[in-house]
Design a protein around this ligand. Structure first.
Ligand code: SF4
Length: 535
């Protein structure tokens, strides 16, 4: 029977663990080591972004620094992760030449996840594979996985939640503020699980590791022999560690472009969230820089960097860019599971389209604060009312923009007492004949959109923060009522360093409507409507 190395590198800081990923993958690709199963832990706790993500967009940097959490970047794609000291990581390093692993990425994920599932079974937990890359227990995720490859070797890694701290994760990662409410924390708890919750208490780590090793041995048909890092790996680790500790690695690889004059758009594909930022030279009409980030997995890992390089200097023209994107994928050498060329193109097109927003008095520094669902902003403003019989649009306003002390904070409506911007928005709605509705929570939003659609509405206008839009864009699209949303100015309790007050119930966050921008959009939509009425 084939022998693999069993390597337990114990608790280490994030930079060391990330450097070891590269070191061991390099050693495997050069044939210096056999196929390996590695167990890893993190100490101190840390947050890790996926290879294609920007730290500033995913992590509450100030909060993590205050807590002593390390911040680092993985070699693999995927989303932001919080790692407590109790969680366990497992990793498989193997040769891509091995016929057992020479399959499409998604099949490889499934095959390797089976080892983790068998290991969980040995601990008394019945788990199952959830495409594309999770292991779940009755619908709740217990292990997320991902991989990357290098010169003929691949790394496939997974997290195993042992005794998970949901609150710590919500504080450390930039998750929409709605999730900071008790109800939302409860809903996260309904979507994830850990060994401690499944078994009543967390088994000793040594038992968990032994069960996982047995599971992988059975599924892969191999035996494991415990061994340490080789002198080659130790030496390479010493050389590579400073790079993995550097800002260049942690922040530099995916630093968002300067905010000014950058056109941004995001799209939730089935392979993950795609964010596109384009720095466009409007006079010469070409793309100066393109930046594509997200929680997807790309094979090879540098594929996205190569695509960005091809877009640099390209004409700022949808058809020219479509040609570049399609040609790039047509080589067949790039695989981004769940992300199609059309998904990337759609996001780029949305970003590029923002150049035209000046027609509607939306200034360049405001363009990224306007989002649309189902249809594009120009489509909605210019052709939103082909049917003059349709009711006037509703103006949907978030409860979090209400004064925290308002008696109606958690109820629908507004007395227009001038205590906050919601009163101004109600006046705006009255001036333009719109129906204002203050939205109390996500379920209320969904019900309202369904009701408006059923009543024949063709369009809505609303306000929400960008993280909420990113998280729920696919829900808006599913419901299918076209709309334009304007960003809010907001600071979460974490941004303000008031999380303790929030948990003691003494902090109430208030967001602020961008009334001026909202009014210009409502005016343009109303003009379009009046134009339609006159025709
Ligand atoms: S304007 Fe409306 S929402 Fe704001 S405090 Fe007054 S009643 Fe409450």
């Amino acid at each position: 029977m084939e022998t693999w190395r069993l390597l337990d590198t114990g608790p280490r800081p994030a930079a060391e663990n990330m450097a070891l990923d590269e070191v061991i993958l390099t050693a495997r690709s050069r044939g210096e080591i056999p196929n390996t199963l590695r167990f890893l832990q993190f100490s101190p706790p840390c947050t890790l972004v996926g290879y294609h993500q920007a730290v500033e967009q995913e992590i509450r940097i100030t909060y993590c620094r205050e807590q002593g959490y390390h911040i680092n970047r993985r070699l693999t794609g995927g989303g932001g992760l919080f790692w407590g000291e109790r969680e366990l990581g497992w990793e498989i390093y193997a040769s891509q030449d091995d016929p057992r692993f020479a399959v499409a990425v998604e099949q490889l994920y499934e095959r390797l996840c089976r080892g983790g599932i068998r290991g969980l079974e040995k601990l008394g937990v019945q788990a199952a594979y959830r495409p594309k890359n999770d292991i779940e227990v009755e619908g709740r995720k217990i292990s997320g996985t991902g991989g990357t490859s290098m010169d003929g070797a691949f790394l496939f890694q997974g997290t195993l939640l042992v005794d998970f701290d949901v609150d710590a994760m919500l504080r450390a990662l930039r998750i929409p503020t709605e999730k900071l409410k008790d109800k939302e924390i409860a809903s996260v708890k309904e979507r994830v699980t850990c060994l401690a919750w499944e078994l009543g208490s967390a088994p000793p780590l040594e038992r968990i590791k032994a069960a996982l090793a047995e599971g992988f041995a059975e599924v892969l048909g191999v035996r494991f022999e415990p061994s340490d890092l080789t002198p080659f790996e130790e030496e390479l680790l010493t050389r590579r560690l400073p790079y993995f500790q550097s800002d260049e690695w942690v922040y530099g690889i995916r630093r968002p472009l300067e905010q000014r004059r950058v056109l941004r758009a995001l799209y939730k594909s089935s392979g993950g969230l795609i964010r596109v930022s384009l720095l466009v030279n409007e006079r010469a009409n070409h793309i100066r820089e393109a930046f594509i980030t997200g929680d997807f997995f790309a094979y090879p890992r540098r594929a996205i960097l190569d695509l960005e390089a091809r877009l640099k200097g390209a004409p700022a023209d949808v058809e020219a860019i479509r040609h570049i994107v399609e040609e790039f994928f047509a080589t067949g050498e790039v695989e981004i599971p769940g992300v199609t060329p059309a998904d990337i193109m759609r996001t780029i097109q949305e970003a590029l389209e923002k150049i035209t927003y000046t027609r509607y008095d939306i200034h360049p520094d405001e363009m990224n604060h306007v989002f649309s669902v189902v249809k594009s902003v120009p489509d909605l403003i210019e052709r939103g009312f082909t049917d003059t019989e349709s009711p006037a649009p509703a103006l949907l306003l978030p409860y979090c923009a209400k004064l925290p002390t308002c008696a109606l904070r958690y109820e629908e409506g507004c007395l227009q007492c001038e205590g906050c911007g919601i009163g101004d928005a109600f006046s705006l709605a009255a001036r333009y004949g719109l129906t204002p509705i203050s939205i109390q929570n996500y379920e209320h939003l969904e019900e309202t959109l369904e009701r408006l659609k059923a009543a024949g509405h063709r369009i809505f206008v609303g306000s929400c923060c960008e993280p909420f839009y990113a998280k729920h864009r696919d829900d808006f699209e599913r419901i299918g009522l076209p709309g334009i949303l304007v960003d809010v100015d907001s600071s979460t309790c974490y941004d303000l360093g008031k999380e303790k007050d929030a948990y003691a119930g003494r902090f109430e966050n208030q967001t602020y409507l961008k009334m001026d921008l909202l009014e210009r959009i409502v005016r343009h939509i109303s003009n379009g409507r009046r134009g339609q009425d006159a025709r």
